[in-house]
Design a protein around this ligand. Structure first.
Ligand code: 5GP
Length: 222
């Protein structure tokens, strides 16, 4: 029997969201490197932001002009789209078709605005919110990235706070303390083929609220 075709093994989109600095990209890359069936297909987003050093067009993102982006939105070619940190980001609808054809889970690394649009459009999507264990980790990781000036850093931290407040809408919370454990946790959730719950449990939400409180306490340092 082809495992990709049997009941709970049928692939579905997996959304990873969470504040900048939570380690989403590392988790995503580890999941993509896993040998599993069904595997993951990374959803390459379109963006109007400039490429960072080492980012490759068509692999990390499809880098497009603002006018091209808006034309695609107007033509209905986007599954979801949003403005994040002042730039446009979106998921071409084609990505879903590609994953279906490949028999793979489409792995989306998108913000909470985009996540809402995807789970509205695709009922079986599983949404996972990734948080670091402390707010201090968010600040430290954003600083360490070094790619942003102080103004951009502040904007990302403000945005991180507002992303955290949306966590409650997600199916599951994964705390990225140790990367291997976080990857295993996401992997296990996907393997279970869970029916989306679309609300965090009370204890999970309390965890996120603590991080929001910590981030507010660190605000003078931003
Ligand atoms: P970065 O510029 O650091 O690569 O990404 C900034 C934020 O945009 C991240 O939270 C990332 O998840 C989000 N993002 C990336 N691609 C998309 C997309 O296609 N749609 C939406 N809504 N958000 C995206």
């Amino acid at each position: 029997m082809n495992p990709a075709k049997s009941g709970s093994d049928s692939p579905f989109p997996v959304i990873l969201s969470g504040p900048s600095g939570a380690g989403k990209t590392t988790i995503r890359d580890r999941l993509l490197a896993e040998a599993r069936s069904p595997g993951f297909l990374f959803s390459v987003s379109m963006t109007t932001r400039a490429p960072r050093p080492r980012e490759r067009d068509g692999v990390d993102y499809r880098f497009v002009s603002r006018s091209r982006f808006e034309t695609l939105v107007d033509s209905g070619a986007m599954l979801e789209y949003a403005t994040v940190h002042g730039e446009r980001y979106g998921t071409p609808r084609d990505n879903l078709d590609r994953a279906r054809e490949a028999g793979a889970h489409l792995l989306l690394d998108i913000d909470v605005q985009g996540a809402r649009q995807v789970w509205e459009a695709v009922a079986e999507a599983l949404s996972v919110f990734i948080v670091p264990p402390t707010a201090e980790r968010i600040v430290r990781q954003l600083r360490a990235r070094g790619s942003e000036n102080p103004e951009q850093l502040r904007r990302r931290l403000t945005n991180a706070r507002s992303e955290l407040t949306a966590a409650a809408e997600f199916d599951r919370l994964v705390v990225n303390d140790r990367i291997e454990e976080a990857v295993d946790e996401v992997s296990a959730l996907v393997a279970k083929g869970l029916v989306p719950r679309r609300r965090l449990g009370a204890a999970e939400w309390r965890y996120v609220k603590r991080i929001i409180g910590e981030l507010d306490a660190l605000r003078p340092m931003w």
